[in-house]
Design a protein around this ligand. Structure first.
Ligand SMILES: [Fe+2]
Length: 277
């Protein structure tokens, strides 16, 4: 009797419909006016800043499901430290020394890969829920989204401990969807400079200034555990400031693509997870 009650509560309370605040974010029925308003609000924020924060996306009383699962996975995370530039490209020695592509910094963090997450845990069920994917596609203005097909990269949990840091960089993808599960005591701020460059102008002077420590144009995203963040980072320089304190910052990264069947290269897998399969 006790065990059947326990398993019933686990399967019910960890489901996407019980995790997401569907009153605040009515994303489960695309035919409603409320859904259209929500999508329009997201598109407006993305249009203005290239970022959209949905605070309290996960109900405060449900965040502990995600936190407990993520904490249990921390021991299997793979930690790496990589030194590189903001463009995620090899430094070109023929360029002047103060060219931003020759300015390097450190990224240090741990990652739990998708294939390390047991089937049926809440974060997987959330990621694998078609309603969420369809809503994200609408909010991002994409015709259709597909879950990233990489067995390791589809869904990740970034594990950032004291001293870990994500350096200033531009993304090589159009958008990233993340969900903060647990915040650190201090540091770990998400900072970005909206549209600092464009497709036809690199604005090297502005990029150089930020890399050298200028705070002009830098915005801090106000994110709390349970906030869902949609971010377009291809032309917006961004970083996570160094983590301080003993509480680990845990953030889920939900991978989608506008094309089906997309996977990572073996090189990227090796760099990120320390293995290729
Ligand atoms: Fe990024």
């Amino acid at each position: 009797m006790t065990s059947s009650l326990a398993s019933h509560s686990e399967t019910t309370l960890g489901s996407p419909r019980d995790l997401i605040d569907l009153v605040k974010y009515p994303l489960s029925d695309r035919s409603t006016t409320e859904y259209t308003q929500l999508v329009n609000t997201c598109r407006q924020q993305l249009g203005e800043l290239g970022a959209c924060v949905l605070p309290g996306f996960i109900k405060p009383e449900a965040i502990h499901f995600l936190r407990t699962e993520a904490q249990a996975l921390v021991p299997v995370s793979y930690h790496s430290t990589v030194v590189g530039n903001a463009y995620l490209t090899p430094a070109d020695a023929t360029l002047p020394e103060d060219h931003p592509s020759r300015m390097v910094d450190r990224t240090a963090l741990g990652v739990v890969a998708y294939d390390q997450m047991p089937e049926g845990i809440s974060i997987r069920r959330l990621y694998e829920w078609d309603c969420l994917m369809e809503f994200l596609g609408d909010a991002l203005g994409k015709e259709k989204l597909y879950r990233y097909a990489d067995p390791m990269g589809a869904l990740n949990i970034a594990v950032m401990r004291d001293g870990d840091y994500l350096r200033w960089h531009f993304d090589q993808t159009d958008f990233v969807v993340s969900l903060l599960i647990q915040d650190c005591e201090s540091g770990g701020e998400y900072e970005f400079v909206p549209m600092i460059r464009s497709g036809d102008n690199e604005h090297l002077d502005k990029v150089r200034a930020v890399l050298k420590g200028s705070i002009e144009g830098v915005i801090k995203l106000d994110i709390n555990p349970g906030s869902l963040v949609l971010f377009e980072g291809r032309n917006s320089l961004h970083r996570v400031t160094p983590i301080e304190g003993q509480t680990i910052r845990l953030i889920a990264l939900l991978g989608y693509d506008t094309k089906p069947g997309v996977v990572s290269t073996e090189h990227l897998r090796y760099m990120r997870y320390g293995r290729v399969k």
